[in-house]
Write a new protein. Structure first.
Length: 105
């Protein structure tokens, strides 16, 4: 990590039910939050009109960049803490229920 920290961010996931941890490397030049910002700029959409849905710590910057951040209930507990809304898991129609709660339907 020390050798790569200048160029990469490290995304360490919460341990799963079996105690297994997962990690990812991401270039400091790119992340999902920057993608939200660039897409808004390209499309001429205000950031206040954005919603992001994620389930993993690699979605952190995206949820922070969007006006409304949604985390799936089966997602990372750490991400759930910073989300504006936690919706049910995907297998329980979580996206549909999030869309309903946000009046997107």
């Amino acid at each position: 990590m020390q050798a790569l920290q200048d160029e990469f961010d490290f995304c360490i996931q919460d341990e799963d039910a079996c105690g297994i941890g997962n990690g990812e490397l991401a270039s400091k030049a790119f992340n999902k939050g920057k993608a939200v910002e660039r897409l808004c700029e390209y499309l001429g959409v205000a950031r206040t009109d954005t919603i992001a849905v994620g389930d993993s710590m690699n979605d952190l910057e995206m949820l922070q960049a969007a006006e409304t951040g949604v985390c799936m209930a089966n997602g990372s507990p750490s991400l759930q803490k910073i989300a504006d809304l936690v919706c049910p898991p995907v297998m329980e129609d979580g996206l549909y229920k999030a869309f309903e709660a946000l009046r997107l339907m």
